[in-house]
Design a protein around this ligand. Structure first.
Ligand code: SIN
Ligand code: MN
Length: 277
């Protein structure tokens, strides 16, 4: 196991830490068996690529229990997430992005906190995501791209337009079917993307880390970190399990006008029990 103190120092400095396979296959393996059924399940939790048929994202996995809950609560994950956050936390959002072979499209540069603040009324970026690789991730199949140090930039400095989704409309007509008013969040051309030229410039100055590795690798990244991923040009899927943990003290107000339904977001901010890192 990689030294937690070193990982914490890295997370504080860069806003992310990539940990080589840390969750044993017994924990994430059962997810890959259930995944085809989860991707096939119809409903507003499921979002598509622009072709309207390839699944791009499935939300609401905090509601599934079984191996989904087991992974989100697995002690190697929660111990590091708790260490990085420095506060009691709960599972805020739990989704899978399957990025299909040859058809999975890019995710533009963005900060998750910009979405969470606009959509849910989250107050501080006291949240992070653990991205667990359910497939091997290579330079060809659309790895996460992270710009080190951007987690301490002022939030939302360059975020573009606002569509809070509350009117039930799809803020981006090309964003694919499903999800009622929330397709703008998952679209490859979404409303809160950071402007490409200025972010590419930022990427050139600060550098970009492409997070690759075997299945079971975990990338922890801060809620305010600028990140993206390219299209999948390879013949292999690039499935990421994305479990976002939020500090209990940072739970969005229950009366936020545009609060997403429980189908997308966990409103139960009960602290997770956590073991030692
Ligand atoms: C990706 O699946 O590559 C992007 C994940 C995200 O930003 O939510
Ligand atoms: Mn993101």
């Amino acid at each position: 196991m990689t030294d937690p103190k070193r990982l914490l120092a890295q997370f504080r400095r860069d806003g992310f830490a990539v940990v080589p396979p840390m969750t044993p296959p017994e924990i994430w393996g059962p997810l890959t068996e259930e995944l085809p059924a989860v991707l096939a399940e119809e409903g507003p939790q499921r979002f598509f690529e622009e072709d309207g048929t390839t699944v791009r994202a499935v939300y609401g996995l905090h509601r599934r229990g079984g191996p989904w809950q087991a992974l989100a609560e697995a002690s190697p994950l929660t111990a590091l997430a708790r260490l990085f956050l420095g506060e009691d936390m709960y599972v805020y959002q739990w989704k899978v992005n399957p990025k299909a072979a040859r058809r999975g499209d890019r995710w533009q540069w963005h900060r998750d906190f910009d979405f969470w603040r606009a959509a849910d009324g989250m107050r501080r970026p006291a949240a992070l995501t653990a991205a667990v690789f359910l497939d091997e991730v290579t330079e060809e199949n659309g790895p996460l791209r992270l710009i080190p140090g951007t987690h301490t930039d002022r939030p939302a400095a360059a975020a573009s337009a606002g569509n809070d989704g509350s009117d039930g409309s799809d803020g981006n007509t090309g964003g694919g079917a499903g999800g009622g008013g929330w397709a703008w969040i998952t679209s490859s051309r979404n409303a809160y993307a950071l402007p490409d030229p200025s972010t590419e410039e930022l990427a050139r100055t600060r550098g970009v880390h492409e997070a690759t590795g075997p299945a079971g690798t975990v990338v922890f990244f801060h809620g305010n970190l600028v990140h993206s991923s390219g299209p999948n040009h390879s013949p292999h899927t690039r499935t990421l399990a994305l479990i976002s943990y939020n500090a209990v003290s940072n739970a969005p107000p229950a009366d936020h006008p545009a609060a997403r339904q429980d189908l997308f977001l966990n409103h139960d901010a009960k602290p997770l029990p956590v073991g030692d890192a």
